[in-house]
Every structure is written in C-alpha cells, then in structure tokens.
Design a protein around this ligand. Structure first.
Ligand SMILES: [Zn+2]
Length: 374
C-alpha cells in the first residue's frame, strides 16, 4: 500500500490540486487565528460559530471558499454578513500553497512545505497587523523558533546538506534580522521618534471621547495610538479630570504643574493612575505635548528575526530594504489619493512580509545577479 512506485506514479498536478485545497483549509484556520489570537482567545474552543448569533457552524457549512460563495457571504442561521476577509484569506491561502508547490515541488517537496508554513504565518501576521497594528509574539517569536528547528531538519532551506551549517545560518539570519531592525528602530526614535507640539503657555487642550482638541487643530486617537505601548506626554500647568461612575460623573480632581501620560490602557497624572475608559472628561492647560511617532515597533524586530531564521541573513537585509521602498510607494500613493494623511501611519509588517515573499519567489536569484558580491 505504501509502495513508493505508486506514489511516484501520481501526477505532479494531482498534488497541485491537493496543495490548493489544503492551503484554503489552512486559510480557513488562519481566519480563526486572525480573529482570536490578538484577543487572547483559545484557537480550539469554542468551535466555529457565527460571530453575530453564535450558532455553531457544522463542518459541512464550514467548507473553505465554497461556503462563503454558496451562502453569498451570509450566516445561514441569522443572515448576518460574513466579512469578505474570510473568503480572501482562504483564497490567498490556497493560491500561496499552490504557488509554493509549483515553484519548489519538483525540486524539493519538503522545501515547498516549509515555504507554505512561512507564508501561512505571513498571511496571519499581515491581516492582524492591518487590524490591530501589532503582530502577536506567537507568530513572530514562535516563527523564529520554528524557523531554527526546521532549518535543522531541512538543510536545503539554507542551501546546504549539513544540518549543523543550516542551523548556524538560521541563527545568523535571526541575529542579523533582529539586530538591523532594532538599530533602525533606535535610530528612528532619536531622529523622528516623537512629535513635539509647542504651544503658547496655558493653552487649553481637551481630551474628548475620540480625539484630542487643541485650539487650532484636532488629532484623532487612532492617529496617535497604534500600539498598546504608544504613550503621549503632556507637561501641564493645570489638569482637571472628572471620572465616570455608574451613577454619573464624580467630583472634579485637579492638579497644578503635573506630568500627564496617556496610552490606550492607562492615564497617569504624576503618580496617580486611572483607566482611560473611566474618564468622563479631561482638560489640561499646557505649553508642550509630545506624541509618539515611530515607523516600526518591537513587533517588527521579532518579525524580522523569524524571517531571518527561515530565509537567512541576506533575505532579512533584502526584506528590510525592499519593504522600505514598497512602503514609501504605497504611502505616497495613498497620500496622493488623499486616502491617508502625512501624520497617519500604516502598519509596517505587511510590507516586510511582501518583500520576504518576493525573495522566496525570485528576488533571491535577481539579487544574486545584480549584486554578485551580495
Ligand atoms: Zn448568525
């Protein structure tokens, strides 16, 4: 039954179909990952259910691609719209797995599967980064560990037949990837890490529900807080804070000459901490507001470590440079189309993922030709 000759006789494109179907099933699972991982929920329980009416979805109504099309993007029970993202991720999963197979299957089926794992991670990282401006450690750090381990099992990942050399190359890639991005992150922080708003003394600034209101401009919080760690600082002459209570606003608290810091999960005035959700109103008089502005975050450092572990240090350097180019082109295009303001920010992880994918699918050979010394 497991006669190698029978398997060898199976046509190559039989496996192409298998890989496409398998890829769309993985895409279906990645949809669960994308939805639950950043919220810290279990990937296993509860089983698939409608996000609106919570009705469990049986397997025969959970077929990748087919279900979304046949139900026209609606839940069978309550007719709530199911996001096209589910269909897109399943389709991209299928196409990427198929692409890896067509490109590497003939040469090394194992290598094709390794790249399927890598690109599966890219799909999840991209979708999560777009929505939440973070890439979870499970994907980045987990990916780095998996990359090193797989390098030991599949030395072909680093163009060698020796497991020890492959692991060494993987660790080198991990170190270079993380190191280069970390250096740029620190440098960027120094050069344009923060934007300072110097105002006339005692300027009244109001923190509203969704935005920061200064006398001559408003800044929406989504343009300030991209990551949970992004923190805004105010050197305030006076602070007046009213907290909410179930029964209504509580009495006003005031401070003189205080330092205020605010991030998505905490408001601090001098040494006292508050939950931003519980703030009813907040107003300060100030002459200086400092707002975080960073192109990349620590998540990108870890993400590049994973890419280096899978693809080696050259791929990490290439991905960094190519992602900067792609990012600039996309950013400038969006600004030109007035879809994005100069102060707004796009997630950076997707550009890194795209650049690394280009490397896998041919930029590697191109780089070897154009930069022979590289
Ligand atoms: Zn429903």
């Amino acid at each position: 039954m497991f006669d190698a000759r029978i398997w060898a006789a199976v046509p190559f494109h039989f496996w192409s179909v298998v890989l496409f179907v398998f890829g769309s099933m993985v895409g279906s699972f990645l949809n669960v990952v994308i939805c639950r991982l950043p919220r810290g929920e279990s990937l296993v329980t509860p089983g698939s259910h409608c996000p609106k009416c919570n009705v469990p979805i049986p397997w025969h109504r959970n077929l990748p691609l087919i279900t979304w099309v046949s139900q026209r993007g609606r839940c069978a029970a309550c007719a709530a719209t199911i996001s096209p993202r589910y269909f897109v991720v399943e389709l991209v999963g299928g196409l990427c797995f198929l692409g890896c197979w067509l490109r590497f299957g003939e040469m090394s089926p194992t290598l094709a599967l390794v790249y399927c794992v890598l690109i599966g991670g890219f799909i999840a990282a991209t979708a999560i980064d777009f929505e939440h401006f973070i890439i979870p450690d499970e994907i980045t750090l987990g990916g780095a560990v998996v990359g090193v381990l797989l390098s030991g099992v599949v030395p072909g990942m680093h163009n060698t037949t020796l497991a020890s050399r492959s692991v060494l190359q993987s660790l080198l890639g991990l170190g270079v990837g993380a190191g280069v991005v970390y250096a740029i992150l620190r440098l960027g922080k120094l050069l344009f890490g923060r934007q300072r708003y110097e105002l006339p003394p005692e300027t009244k600034v109001r923190f509203e529900e969704t935005k920061l209101v200064m006398p001559d401009q408003e800044i929406h919080y989504e343009e300030i807080f991209y990551r949970p760690s992004d923190t805004l600082y105010v050197q305030a002459q006076t602070v007046s804070l009213v907290l909410k209570d179930l029964s209504g606003p509580l009495p006003e608290k005031t401070w003189q000459n205080a330092t205020l810091s605010l991030n998505p999960s905490m408001l601090k005035v001098d040494a006292e901490s508050f939950n931003p959700e519980e703030v009813h109103s907040l107003e300060v008089a100030t002459d200086l507001i400092v707002i975080p502005r960073e192109a990349m975050g620590l998540g990108d450092v870890k993400f590049m470590a994973a890419i280096g572990a899978f693809l080696g240090w050259k791929a990490a350097v290439f991905s960094l440079m190519a992602s900067a180019v792609i990012g600039s082109v996309v950013g400038i295009t969006l600004i030109a189309l007035k879809r994005q303001s100069w102060s707004g920010r796009l997630p950076y992880g997707p550009y890194i993922a795209l650049a690394a994918t280009l490397w896998v699918f041919g930029a590697r050979e191109w780089a070897a030709k154009v930069f022979p010394w590289f």
